[in-house]
Ligand binder design. Structure first.
Ligand SMILES: Cc1cc2nc3c(=O)[nH]c(=O)nc-3n(C[C@H](O)[C@H](O)[C@H](O)COP(=O)(O)O)c2cc1C
Length: 276
């Protein structure tokens, strides 16, 4: 098992989980066990210079051992791209966790036979996985969808990844054609756990806890008086409606539940100040 059970892993998101976003999460929310870069696309012609591979990850996370330990390097490739070269550079920089993106639904990526396209061509998928596995001795994981057009190859894909020595599989429980629509079907996560022994990470429509609006109606009154307005009297009311703080737990297939509820109470204060 490459990580502890029930680890909390922040999903990679191109254009969102850049170095600044990831470091903000790592510095402020230590409950997250891991974060991930978005995907570095292996080039088809002309290998990347090492500094490009490092830049994708971000120098400050690279130079901080704890941030490096908690940051997964994600890549995306195709059967014909420079997989071996890209993986070797990631390995030689010292990264210990490489994730392969097999879920990207983008038309351009799929047209070039990368991302979720590989879920429809198991021969090409095996070739790519073998190449990465034989050049990356540390944790190597794959992030998949349940299939390309449909789920018919789902179990074959899981077994292939297991046979080729992938250390864990993240399942975004939608097909490629579903893109990000509808709800992720977590039954597939269960099926995966029952099909292979490889650790499975569930992804998609994770339950949410959010705070309902809090109607804190306030009233402030102050009056200056006396010689040179040196005296001031003030009156304050807080939470006139006596509203409560409430947060709600929301999850697919379950009824919304109140997660926490408390009355902060009302407050009245009367003040007097004098300026000498
Ligand atoms: C804007 C955006 C960018 C994404 N970029 C990536 C990516 O670079 N690599 C990846 O594996 N998944 C990527 N994903 C997919 C997410 O990691 C995740 O699998 C998907 O959003 C399902 O989770 P959700 O239902 O909680 O949004 C991206 C998703 C979004 C919305």
């Amino acid at each position: 098992m490459p990580f502890k059970e029930k680890s909390l892993i922040f999903a990679p998101m191109e254009g969102i989980t850049d170095i600044h976003y990831r470091e903000t999460i790592l510095e402020n929310y230590p409950e997250w066990d891991f974060v991930a870069t978005d995907f570095l696309r292996a080039p088809s012609v002309g290998p990347y210079p090492v500094k490009h591979v490092l830049k994708h990850y971000g120098k400050s996370s690279y130079e901080d051992p704890e941030k490096q330990r908690k940051t997964i390097y994600q890549m995306l490739t195709t059967e014909d791209a420079l997989t071996e070269d890209t993986v070797s550079k990631i390995r030689d920089l010292g990264f210990k966790w490489l994730d392969l993106n097999l879920g990207c639904p983008s038309k351009t990526v799929c047209k070039h036979r990368g991302g979720s396209f590989l879920l429809s061509d198991l021969q090409a998928l095996r070739k790519v996985i073998k190449t990465i596995r034989s050049h990356f001795p540390h944790t190597f994981t794959a992030k998949i969808r349940v299939g390309y057009k449909d789920d018919t190859l789902f179990k074959d894909i899981l077994r292939l990844l297991e046979d080729e020595g992938v250390d864990a599989i993240t399942i975004h429980a939608r097909t490629r054609d579903e893109m990000y629509k509808g709800v992720a079907k977590w039954e597939y996560v269960k099926t995966a756990v029952e099909t292979v022994k490889t650790p499975i990470v569930g992804n998609g429509d994770i339950p949410d806890v959010y705070t309902l609006p809090f109607h804190n109606l306030k009233f402030n009154l102050s009056k200056e008086f006396g010689k040179d307005n040196s005296s001031k009297i003030s009156l304050k009311f807080e939470n006139i409606l006596n509203d409560k703080f409430e947060s709600v737990y929301q999850s697919f297939g379950a009824q919304d539940q109140i997660f926490s509820s408390r009355y902060p109470g009302q407050a009245i204060s009367l003040g007097y100040s004098y300026q000498f």
